[in-house]
Design a protein around this ligand. Sequence first.
Ligand SMILES: Cc1cc2nc3c(=O)[nH]c(=O)nc-3n(C[C@H](O)[C@H](O)[C@H](O)COP(=O)(O)O)c2cc1C
Length: 406
Amino acid sequence: MVYSYERMATLRYLTAGESHGKALIGILEGIPSGLSLSPEDINRDLGRRQMGYGRGGRMKIESDHAEILSGVRWGKTIGSPITLLIENKDFKNWLKGMSPYAEDENSIPPVTKPRPGHADLTGAIKYGHHDIRNVLERSSARETAMRVALGAVAKKFLQTFHITIGSFVIQIGKISVKGLKDQGAKGSSESSRTLESLFKKAEKSPVRCPDDEAAKKMINLIDRAIKSGDSLGGIFEVFATGLPVGLGSYIQSDRRLDGRLAQALMGIQAIKGVEAGLGFEMSKRSGSEVMDEIFYSASYGFHRKTNNAGGIEGGMTDGMPIILRAAMKPIPTLRRPLRSINIRTKKPVEAAYERSDICAVPAAGVIGEAMVALTIADAFLEKFGGDSMKEIQINYDSYVHHIKQF
Ligand SMILES: Cc1cc2nc3c(=O)[nH]c(=O)nc-3n(C[C@H](O)[C@H](O)[C@H](O)COP(=O)(O)O)c2cc1C
């Protein structure tokens, strides 16, 4: 993430594109040369983002594919910015409605009924738009398709260093998986294995939930919401395993990895809360119950038997898996619309309705993985520097040697 007066990100990205525009574009700068990369590495995650029980009709129209426009030659990154393009297949129906040309103005009716829970009203006031389409086209979570694509590149980079990122759903509406917080908070290697096996199970579930019983109840709840014209939110957990000690820093607030990860997850549309490790639960327990005590053995070196901190202490990775949770609010566009006011007539109306998801928590988890991957890759590049994969590998190996010697 780039803050003009703060820490300069080593890995930077920008996305552009409207929901019904011609395409989404993303530029990722900072990936070193020599990383093997193919569109398939990216398309796998684009497909995962489109799945999940409770999605709306659009997912059936679109089947996202990324095209690599720059930064990769003959299957390998060359160190220059990577540009990705995802075509919006629906654009053919919006040629005039989303046209850049003045002569096409008013070819479709304006959107004048702001939806509560969206950027619609505030965005229209802020940018001076009298057609809310100018707001909703960009504020829509469609943009996250590109973030998932860029995140897939970051994941591919991290995989080289045996860092794995995954996610699963632990709550939809009031249905939650019990006891997962404690499962994630066991000893280090056991915890990695647990997280990775929960992830594998979740990948087979329509709601991306690793607990079959809870998943069944979640599906029933979504069915009820579909029938009643309502919507649902929930909580997903994202994890990263295989991390070295010391990514991020306690030196300045903007270098703290927990803060950077929280921003990355809160930056996803509809995310209203983020926790690390035991999170809010930690505040209810006493100090002796929640701190991860320190042990040493010749074979494991310094290690912990618990991971209540969620893999981050003092704004730095502590060598345990990173465990984060993000809470998503229910989808705001409802088939049984909410009350609103027409921005032109100022008269009460029902909020605008366009084909919409009922529950998108499973997809949000995949977006969470992308955001976490981009943030960790940034911190990794900051720590190990280097312009080529070879150089980074040397720096990484030397640090691993330092850890062993410490
Ligand atoms: C993957 C995903 C899919 C979403 N799909 C929809 C949708 O179909 N309809 C809708 O109204 N909101 C949808 N949302 C939620 C809106 O994007 C979100 O509520 C809106 O941006 C306002 O949230 P904010 O106040 O956090 O910015 C989706 C969000 C995500 C992350």
